[in-house]
Design a binder for this molecule. Structure first.
Ligand code: 13P
Ligand code: SF4
Length: 302
């Protein structure tokens, strides 16, 4: 039996569904029941009517799914797949900022540990951060962990005062202006679509800035035929599937999240067979973090 057939068989046997982020390897995206950006995946996790969720992504995604679905079994095919940025903020600093500012909201990018979510007021993703920050009643915004997304949101919500943190995504942050200019010179007719985890000078060169789903939707509905993609290479799979008549060029061959690439078909099969690498969250963490995630889902509906 081939791997895909085995996964189908195991899914039925175990009453499981497979969720995958756009950055995991193509063959894993191909067998997923639901594929999307981090906002879509956290929303869909709450609507799923199965006993088990196999989350093909990195730790913070599985953790969020478990917090939102405490009665379901959530399995990570590779337990070590983690997002470096998720750890780049400190609870101590959050407490200090809260003491320093009276009217402050701690806004936590979903790419963060559950512990950071416990100490935050609301979560956001790159798809809804601007709208949610605008909707908050608070004047001061402490945005963790990503400084680049924070600066992008601040530019769209100038009426609020931002306190910045110093976290970043090692992949998106490393993209240089020179690399973008070289890609643009090579493909002069292409539009440049970029994720807001990139630095400000990169965003200033973009035709479109948005989440992974935003980039895919923009390219799909655009009349343009060529696009330079400024995010992780995994999105090319969905972009090319949806747009066989258009050309997509990765801005730099460096745009690879090696943690997302740890998820393989063999590990999905092993996870379903052995039900190991189950995500566990303590009641204390769950109760604390649930509030920030649910507030995002509520505000995200508006
Ligand atoms: P999205 O929210 O756009 O899916 O991005 C998640 C991510 O990890 C970006 O690096
Ligand atoms: Fe985290 Fe960056 Fe990987 Fe996204 S691409 S999961 S932000 S390390």
């Amino acid at each position: 039996m081939d791997k895909k057939a085995r996964i189908l068989q195991l899914k039925e046997e175990k009453n499981a569904v497979i969720l995958a982020h756009y950055y995991v390897p193509d063959e894993v995206q191909e067998i997923a029941d639901y594929i999307g950006d981090s906002f879509y995946l956290s929303k869909i996790a709450t609507d799923i009517d199965a006993k088990m969720i196999v989350f093909c992504g990195v730790s913070f995604m599985g953790e969020s799914a478990k917090i939102l679905n405490p009665d379901k079994i959530v399995i990570m095919p590779d337990e070590s797949a983690d997002c470096a940025m998720a750890h780049m903020a400190e609870v101590e600093k959050i407490k200090n900022v809260r003491q320093q500012y009276e009217d402050v909201a701690v806004v936590c990018y979903i790419n963060s540990t559950a512990e950071l979510k416990v100490h935050s007021d609301v979560c956001v993703t790159s798809a809804n951060a601007v709208a949610i920050v605008k909707a908050l009643p608070n004047k001061n915004i402490y945005f963790i962990p990503d400084m680049n997304l924070a600066h992008y949101v601040a530019s769209k919500v100038p009426e609020k005062h931002f306190i910045f943190n110093d976290g970043f995504c090692p992949i998106h942050h490393a993209l240089t202006k020179q690399e973008v200019i070289e890609a643009k010179n090579e493909h002069p007719n292409a539009q440049f679509l970029v994720h807001p985890e990139c630095q400000e000078d990169i965003l200033s060169l973009a035709d479109y800035i948005g989440s992974t789903s935003g980039i895919i939707d923009y390219a799909t509905s655009s009349l343009a035929k060529e696009f330079i993609i400024g995010t992780e290479r995994g999105v090319l799979y969905e972009l090319r599937k949806k747009n066989p008549d258009k050309s997509f060029y990765l801005v730099s061959e460096k745009m690879i999240c090696h943690d997302m690439k740890k998820v393989t078909l063999d590990k999905v099969i092993a996870g379903l067979e052995n039900m190991n690498h189950q995500v566990e969250v303590t009641d204390e963490i769950r109760n604390g973090a649930n509030h920030s995630l649910n507030r995002m889902l509520e505000l995200g509906k508006r």
